[in-house]
Design a protein around this ligand. Structure first.
Ligand SMILES: Cc1ncc(COP(=O)(O)O)c(C=O)c1O
Length: 419
């Protein structure tokens, strides 16, 4: 490995040589990435696997078009949430039968927060941190109404979260890798503290799965959710997944008592009886085309050897930080992610007073990251398809955009609906 802290002497040729020797380099060919684009936004929407369009066409035309309703059994559509859930389980340290693919992350959060609160009656608090992904805070706040004001959201800063876990806390809700800063929470330590206080934990793994190591069961985590469209490359709006630790599966109940979470949906009885395992957290019919695309993305991560990918993700983000620090000095940039690689997930945030316009100028030059208000540029490193040379091109483009003030144009300052 190149000592990135001596990045000032690195050349593009050094990095191209690294890419040639990189055992995970071969996986880039498994993706359809446009020429001339350096894609550093896998933290928002992963790239398109080459296999996906053809497979979707096949499932639509043959399985659906020809098989019609028979597809539910002939192609095991009915078992898809569990089958793909078991594959995701291998990426997040869960056991078989502890993960299902279903709904969106938001809906899964709702289901699991309600289930967790019911397991801790008499404890009214969901504890999270200010600045957590707002969606997760909104979903927690949304429980106030249905609980007639009984359940409340309490926020404590990350460095005081453990001290804030008291006998009123039912569940600690945290995003494992922070969506802006990429700071990583110590899942095992926080979970241990929660358990000592009689509380449960619910982890949002959206920015973790497929990019950084996660070991839910080693950490004794209780519940987890995560997105399918980021590092799992399941496509825009891909279905999400949820994890319920086996020890909770008999007692935890979904607030959405849907028929596909029923023990015997095709008995069509009037009374709801939850399925015995994690499948009770399914609700309605699942999106077969969406799960088909997600399964391809998950299979790619599994085939590529997750541990090797995690190492590469760390190497790429370290390289990025080192190159920015050595080549973009005094350009008004500030590192808004932890400096130590082990304290960081697979993206890096840079603060700049003109972050939005700078990111638009980068995108116009084919370097795609994203912007998070008020002043952050986010660069995500997807170890399956990002190369060391991509990092070089991204940093050189950033340097030039800043040096020439190429961002200072009105069209780069107009905020779009999605940033
Ligand atoms: C940390 C985190 N949680 C949840 C979500 C929302 O997921 P969904 O759109 O599947 O509800 C996102 C989306 O970016 C996210 O970053």
């Amino acid at each position: 490995m190149i000592p990135y802290r001596c990045a000032s002497s690195l050349t593009l040729a050094d990095l191209e040589a690294l890419d040639r020797d990189d055992p995970s380099g071969t996986w880039r060919d498994a993706f359809m990435l446009p020429d001339g684009v350096v894609y550093l936004d896998g933290t928002s929407l992963g790239a398109l696997p080459r296999e996906t369009p053809g497979r979707l066409q096949e499932v639509a035309a043959r399985q659906w078009g020809q098989g019609l309703i028979r597809g539910w059994t002939a192609h095991d559509w009915i078992g898809a949430p569990q089958r793909v859930g078991d594959k995701i389980a291998r990426l997040i340290g869960a056991g078989q039968g502890e993960v299902v693919v279903s709904d969106s992350t938001s809906v899964n959060l709702f289901k699991l927060l309600v289930a967790a609160c019911r397991l801790r009656p008499g404890r009214p608090v969901i504890l999270s941190e200010p600045g957590n992904f707002p969606n997760d805070l909104y979903v927690a706040q949304g429980l106030q109404g249905p609980s007639d004001g009984r359940i409340e959201l309490r926020l404590a800063p990350a460095d005081r979260i453990e001290a804030a876990i008291d006998e009123r806390v039912a569940v600690v809700l945290l995003t494992h890798v922070h969506y802006k800063s990429a700071a990583v929470h110590d899942m095992a330590r926080i979970t241990a503290r929660a358990h000592r206080q009689g509380a449960l934990t619910l982890w949002d793994l959206s920015h973790s799965a497929g990019a950084v190591p996660v070991d839910l069961n080693a950490a004794q985590a209780d519940f987890a959710v995560g997105c399918g469209y980021k590092y799992l490359n399941g496509g825009p709006g891909a279905p999400a997944y949820l994890f319920v630790a086996r020890r909770h599966q008999a007692a935890a109940v979904s607030p959405i008592a849907g028929w596909l979470g029923h023990a015997r949906p095709f008995d069509f009885v009037d009374c709801y009886a939850p399925a015995p395992g994690v499948g009770r957290f399914l609700a309605g019919s699942h999106p077969i085309l969406g799960i088909t695309a997600l399964e391809i993305g998950v299979d790619l991560v599994l085939q590529a050897d997750p541990q090797r990918l995690f190492d590469k993700s760390r190497a790429l983000s370290e390289l990025f930080v080192a190159l920015v620090e050595s080549r973009c000095d005094s350009q008004g940039l500030e590192l808004a992610s932890p400096r130590e690689p082990q304290a960081r997930g697979s993206h890096v945030a840079l603060r700049h007073a003109q972050a939005y316009a700078v990111m638009q100028a980068l995108i116009a030059r084919g370097v795609i990251g994203d912007f998070r208000t008020p002043d952050l540029m986010r660069f995500g490193f997807a170890p399956l398809y990002n190369r060391h040379a991509d990092i070089w091109h991204a940093v050189e483009t950033l340097r030039d955009v800043l040096h020439t003030a190429a961002w200072d144009r009105s069209e780069f300052k107009q905020r779009q609906a999605v940033t």
